[in-house]
Design a protein around this ligand. Structure first.
Ligand SMILES: [Zn+2]
Length: 754
């Protein structure tokens, strides 16, 4: 996953904290006395997580396939419940009933010019002990593809994103009535059938290209970590980004037994055309049988074939039918009640369901979560009393598309809007750099935590390692300068693809998504080979980054739970908003320039001059130059935000030295306002054409899926050439930002009255 203007920040409250020793600087939101106590408890906490335990949790949880509705999924949920209870947490399982399709018929064959029947099977490997659990493994498929039986010429569409179809148009190739074959990656998988259907295709195949996660990168499994010729990426193609994630039959409400369910045909998030994922072993004969124009250079992969786009002469028959069953999902919810402010909740989650055995995804993250739960239970026994309520959640049904977390969030929406301060998520974890994404009001906070965690390999802090490696990768002197000068490293904005989505996008709860990775490549994602054997040979096999993740998130949970004043800060947030405003202005200006240039070239006859009659291409159409948009309301709101953010930071720095328990009521009112700060960035009407998404600053892209679109209403308005809508969205976003600035200003005034 995934930067700019040099900003000089006056750092009032910071920073360089000595690693594990006593730190003179008070933590943000803490009086000096409580800061010292907090640091002592946190140090005790970080000594507890044990890699050997995490290894054992992984062995147990990934021993058998545990997808939604499988016996071992339920068994795992009950095992996790028993562990939370054993460690002294209050815990229960919450069940929802969700639509979960599994395959009944899968046929893929080439009928012309030669016959070929696709294997659609990942073979057991003698060396890999869980790969032979055939009777429990879900066959390779894409969940929430509709049923279908289609025969048509094949067209190769690269990654199947909108720009690829523009290229096809230039090549004079249409996918109308065709079946498309797209490569995995470069967009979330569900975008491929969505865009294909929009262009008139009647079926969609998605294959794993060796260049992306196969032999081009490293040896293939089991000799190496990469995808072998039979490996297939399962995965959901639910159109969650244009509709909503979670159970397709109960959008916006919890999938409880008495919930009103839509008839299947009214479910908006199912695909429009049948989809099937395949291996490169199965894809190669199909691609090799294509003729027509050569694929553009950057479309070609590593298979030993000439990459043509078609259409045909390869003609394929694709038939898929599914069991459209309602299946239970089991969320395991554990709690440590708050001692002072039980009505303010810090929530931490990671899913436990997998596509198959799922050692990496999700158990590497779940094992870290469990070890945090054990360690926090241990601290409670030693006398630690968190100020706020802590909720630990092991979600079910994440893989089909965030079913367990979304249904839980929708069911408890009113309570969560009232009480939830922060949600922290993790998912698959690996070896390497600390990555942080989240709400920018938590940017300073999570940078602070990262300065207190030791990197297991380099012994630097994980913050230093991240900073130095970003300097190594920086593309310009400006970037390097910012990395050296700015107090905090920028955190990524939240898109989707894992369980924070309902919390931040639907309910406006400030959220973080955290993890380690980047050092090990792999090609087992969502295959039967993502298992204990693979993880313990090719990833964080000594579980030291699993321990680092426990230490990082456990520390974050404690620091959020114990602060007198929630450690939100708005200076980085305001800086980010101003950056987004500049980015949007540039996006529009670039688009205007691009179209102006192309129109000019059409007038000059550039396309006629470069036309090759043996490789004919179609000239692009003349386009209207996009109008100028008025970004002034956003610029003004951005400046108001910066003023109030600096005011708040100064007021907190002055007042936190004298926090005492006699101020309980006024602190509680202040915290209430801080919790509201993320809600204020939402609008009840939601984003254009997708009202489930309420957040005006962050959303998954309608045409990217997991990748974030920041200020989505405005950005997608420009990208999709809806300029009038973009203009209206600027007004709506600016109003929310002005309200946010007032809220921060009022919080600063509350502090000054302490
Ligand atoms: Zn996952």
């Amino acid at each position: 996953m995934h930067r700019f203007a040099a900003v000089l920040l006056i750092v009032i409250l910071s920073v360089p904290s000595s690693l594990f020793g006593a730190d003179e600087t008070a933590l943000v939101g803490y009086s000096p006395r409580s800061s010292q106590g907090e640091r002592e408890w946190e140090a005790k906490f970080r000594a507890i997580p044990d890699p050997a335990n995490q290894r054992e949790y992984m062995r147990r949880l990934s021993a058998r396939p545990h997808h939604v509705g499988s016996p071992y999924d339920k068994d795992n949920a009950e095992w996790i419940l028993a562990r939370f209870k054993e460690w002294g947490l209050e815990a229960h399982i919450e069940t929802f009933d969700v639509l979960f399709p599994t395959p009944k018929v899968r046929v893929l064959e080439m009928v012309e010019p030669t016959k070929f029947t696709a294997k659609l099977d990942e073979p057991a490997l003698a060396i890999d002990p869980t790969s032979n659990q055939k009777s429990e493994q879900l066959p390779t498929y894409n969940a929430y593809s509709i049923d279908g039986d289609v025969t048509a010429p094949l067209v190769f569409v690269n990654y199947g994103v909108p720009e690829d179809y523009e290229k096809l148009e230039r090549l004079g190739v249409s996918v109308k009535g065709a079946i498309v074959i797209a490569k995995y990656y470069h967009s979330w998988r569900g975008i491929k059938p969505k865009v294909a259907a929009e262009h008139g295709a009647i079926g969609c195949l998605i294959y794993s290209e060796p260049q992306d996660d196969g032999y081009t990168r490293d040896d293939v499994f089991p000799q190496g970590p990469m995808r072998n010729p039979d490996g297939v990426q399962r995965g959901s193609v639910m159109d969650f980004a244009s509709a909503s994630p979670g159970d397709p039959l109960t959008p916006g409400v919890g999938a409880t037994p008495d919930a009103k369910r839509l008839p299947m045909k009214e479910a908006k998030s199912l695909t429009k055309i049948p989809v099937l994922p395949i291996s490169y072993g199965d894809a190669q004969p199909l691609l090799a049988a294509l003729k027509g124009p050569m694929a553009p250079d950057e479309w070609r992969g590593s298979l030993p074939i000439p990459y043509h786009v078609g259409p045909g002469p390869a003609k394929v028959h694709l038939k898929v039918e599914f069991n459209w069953d309602i299946k239970p999902v089991y969320d395991v919810i554990a709690k440590i009640p708050g001692s002072v402010a039980p009505d303010e909740w810090i929530i931490r989650g990671n899913h436990h369901d997998a596509w198959v055995n799922g050692a990496e995804d999700p158990v590497s993250g779940q094992a870290a979560l469990l070890e945090e739960g054990r360690a926090l239970g241990e601290l409670v026994k030693q006398g630690w009393k968190p100020r706020r309520t802590i909720i630990y959640a092991a979600w079910d049904g994440e893989e089909p598309m965030l079913l367990g977390s979304t249904e839980w969030a929708e069911t408890h929406a009113d309570e969560l809007r009232q009480h939830a301060a922060v949600y922290i998520n993790s998912d698959a974890n690996g070896r390497g750099l600390f990555f942080m994404q989240g709400s920018h009001s938590l940017e300073q906070f999570i940078n602070g935590v990262a300065r207190d965690i030791e990197d297991p390999e380099t012994k630097l802090t994980v913050w230093q390692r991240r900073q130095l490696s970003e300097i190594a990768d920086a593309k310009s002197p400006d970037e390097r300068n910012e990395l050296r000068q700015r107090a905090d490293l920028r955190i990524g904005a939240l898109g989707s693809g894992t369980d924070f989505t309902a919390f931040v996008d639907h309910l406006g709860i400030a959220s973080l998504n955290l993890g380690y990775g980047g050092e090990d490549d792999g090609g087992i994602y969502h295959s039967i080979y993502d298992d204990f054997y693979w993880f313990t040979h090719f990833s964080d096999f000594d579980f030291i980054y699993g321990r680092a993740l426990s230490q990082t998130i456990g520390t974050s949970v404690m620091r959020l739970a114990d602060a007198e004043v929630l450690p939100f800060d708005f200076v980085d947030f305001a800086d980010t908003v101003q950056k987004y405003t500049k980015d949007l202005g540039k996006l529009l200006a670039d688009k205007q320039e691009e179209i102006r240039e192309r129109n000019k070239e059409l007038e000059e006859g550039v396309f006629k001059a470069t036309f090759d009659p043996r490789r004919p291409t179609v000239a692009p159409a003349r386009e209207e130059i996009p109008p100028h948009l008025n970004f002034a309301p956003m610029q003004n709101a951005g400046e108001a935000l910066t003023r109030s953010a600096e005011h708040y930071r100064k007021a907190l720095a002055q007042k936190q030295a004298s926090f005492s328990e006699s101020q309980l009521e006024s602190l509680s009112a202040l915290n209430r306002r801080l919790i509201e700060s993320e809600r204020k960035l939402c609008n009840e009407d939601g984003l254009p054409r997708r009202s489930w998404y309420k957040h005006l600053l962050y959303a998954p892209g309608v045409y990217t899926g997991y990748d974030v679109k920041t200020v989505p209403g405005v950005r997608e308005g420009i990208e999709q050439k809806r300029y009038a809508e973009a203009e209206q969205e600027i007004v709506r976003v600016s109003k929310a930002l002005e309200d946010e600035a007032s809220l921060i200003e009022s919080a600063a005034e509350m502090l000054e009255k302490q």
